[in-house]
Design a protein around this ligand. Structure first.
Ligand SMILES: *Cc1c(COP(=O)(O)O)cnc(C)c1O
Length: 313
């Protein structure tokens, strides 16, 4: 492992805690632990903070005055980008797809509180939105920086490579790590990080969207490995995937809602309907199918999403 010298800002509070979920462990007859990346210490917490520590360091190096990003109307990533950029003295502009709950609730309310400039575009194509960022950036005439949907490029993915090293340093060996997959950076970072730091740990992504994650994930892993100067053999076998999308991206599913209620009642921990509820439902399915032994340690990454809990359609 080479020394990672890629610039990174400190935006969150790390390491995030890992706790054994005793009641869930008893119910599933295995050892379930939860890593609290919902408590990353910026905004209402969530996984995007780790990615933004790299992405906004790059924006700063490039002297950006404006930071653009995108997502759905209730994007946690967009809200956290606005929070982080504002704190760093850069102006965030969010160009969001006019899809999902656009009312002033959930993340829209939080953006309103921060006074964030939000533009809705009636399109299904992120390419349209990236073009609009360039048009608007040129019009503003200041240096600007574009962060892709979910912060999932090679640089953002490094945040979750670091998370794998953090898990190693927390001293428990995990047989499985389970997380939601929405734009890919979290799973790709953990899968790459597991190859580097967590031998013997299987990484499972619970897909909450219908993109081709079997291709997206290894591509991001390869691009991030290249940034680190690591030459590793990366393949589809480096991670497992399971489809938990249900009725569609950002549309709550029955099994996801059951998982939210179960974890809330048993452990007093709140998941969200778009990502973590569906991902935890995937963990429950695996347990039901007998994937985990009694002695296994299973780590669920709680990637946040609190804003979305208050904006269910
Ligand atoms: C964005 C997000 C995810 C998915 O992470 P990706 O890196 O985009 O795959 C999971 N949970 C929450 C709460 C998110 O906001």
């Amino acid at each position: 492992m080479k020394q990672n010298t890629i610039p990174k800002l400190s935006l969150g509070i790390f390491p995030t805690p890992i706790r054994r979920a005793d009641n869930i462990s008893r119910l599933l007859n295995t050892n379930v632990f939860i890593k609290r990346d919902d408590l990353t210490g910026l905004g209402l917490g969530g996984n995007k903070v780790r990615k933004l520590e790299y992405l906004l360091a790059d924006a700063r190096e490039k002297h950006a005055e404006v930071v653009f990003t995108t997502g759905g109307a209730q994007s946690n990533h967009a809200m956290l980008t606005a929070a982080a950029a504002g704190r760093l003295g850069m102006k965030p502009i969010l160009i969001l797809k006019k899809r999902g709950v656009t009312d002033r609730v959930g993340n829209q309310l939080l953006e309103h509180l921060m006074g964030t400039e939000v533009i809705f575009m009636d399109t299904d194509s992120y390419e349209d939105i990236y073009r609009e960022m360039d048009r608007l950036g040129a019009e503003l005439g200041v240096p600007y920086y574009k962060i892709p949907c979910g912060g999932s490029n090679a640089l953002g993915t490094l945040g979750y490579v670091d998370c794998a090293a953090e898990i190693r340093d927390q001293g428990i060996h995990f047989d499985y790590i389970v997380c939601a997959e929405g734009s890919g950076g979290t799973l790709a970072g953990l899968a790459l990080g597991a190859k580097l730091f967590l031998p013997g740990t299987k990484v499972c992504g619970m897909m909450v969207d219908t993109d081709p994650f079997d291709e997206i994930t290894p591509r991001l892993m390869r691009e991030s490995a290249a940034l680190l100067g690591e030459s590793l053999e990366i393949s589809r076998r480096d991670f497992e995937l399971r489809n938990l999308c249900g009725p569609g991206y950002a549309i709550p599913s029955e099994e996801g809602n059951r998982a939210i209620s179960l974890l809330a009642a048993e452990e007093g921990i709140f998941l969200d309907p778009v990502y973590t509820g569906k991902a935890f439902a995937g963990l429950l399915q695996m347990a039901e199918e007998g994937a985990f032994r009694e002695t296994d340690n299973v780590l669920f990454i709680h990637t946040g999403g609190a804003g979305g809990l208050f904006a269910i359609a």
